[in-house]
Design a binder for this molecule. Structure first.
Ligand code: UDP
Ligand code: XDX
Length: 211
């Protein structure tokens, strides 16, 4: 059994190439789909150059919407979601995320950075359920409501679904991994504003889906 890797990407030209290169070379990944979510940089070109299938959205749909577009354009039973801004991704990280779902043990795995950078390690220790690195069975994904409009609430949607349905997931440590923070991408002020927008989208999803 193989998996499709779906990478939602909004202006990630600087990092998308390496993420695609690493995950595309994994033996159990049959296809890498990068969904450029209204990007205005060279995300799509860099992703194509590194062998990804690219879906270019003319309008930004938000993270959940981009992931959903990728889901609609593949057929594998197992999906691996990765962020486009990962630092230090290796083939072993991909294997550790995929194996619990590929071997039928679990319906979802969730990757948590460890021994990466203090800032991103801490953030994920505080809120591991927000991690964007997950392998998931398509059957489970099909039951999660509002993925397409969840934006940054998508991780909350996935986590809440497994909790509400008593589905045991596999937490996977991702050693020596991090991601580029918003403040590093956009500068301190714009990065902080983007972070607030992210938290608002998460709260908005929570308010709209209280249980
Ligand atoms: O409107 C958006 C916002 C984010 N992303 C992607 O979702 C992932 C996580 O977003 P971000 O890096 O902003 O969040 P962080 O990892 O900083 O929490 C990255 O691959 C982004 O490119 C997206 O596709 N559309
Ligand atoms: O780690 C975190 O605190 C946030 C924000 O990371 P940044 O420091 O803004 O890159 O990132 C996590 O949460 C996001 C929202 O759910 C997810 O999109 C990311 O995949 C996840 O790493």
């Amino acid at each position: 059994m193989s998996a499709t890797c779906i990478i939602p990407a909004y202006n990630e030209g600087k990092t998308i190439g390496n993420v695609v290169k690493v995950v595309k070379s994994h033996k159990n990944v049959s296809e890498v789909i990068v969904v450029s979510d209204g990007s205005i940089d060279d995300t799509a070109e860099v992703a194509k150059l590194n062998g990804a299938k690219v879906i270019e959205l003319s309008e930004n749909k938000g993270k959940g919407g981009a992931m959903n577009e990728g889901l609609k354009s593949c057929e594998t039973e197992i999906i691996l979601f990765l962020d486009a801004d990962l630092i230090g991704l290796t083939d072993k990280h991909v294997a550790d995320l995929l194996d619990p779902v590929l071997n039928g043990d679990k319906l979802m795995s969730l990757g948590v950075f460890s021994q990466g950078r203090a800032t991103t390690d801490l953030a994920q220790r505080v809120a591991p359920y927000l991690s964007g690195q997950r392998a998931i069975k398509r059957d489970l994904l099909n039951k999660v409501s509002d993925l397409d409009v969840s934006r940054f609430g998508v991780e909350l949607a996935l986590t809440r679904f497994v909790e509400n349905n008593d589905i045991e997931i596999q937490i996977v440590q991702l050693p020596d991994m991090s991601h580029v923070m918003k403040e590093e991408k956009l500068g301190v002020v714009k990065g902080f504003v983007a972070r607030l927008k992210m938290y608002w989208e998460i709260v908005h999803y929570y308010i709209k889906n209280p249980s």
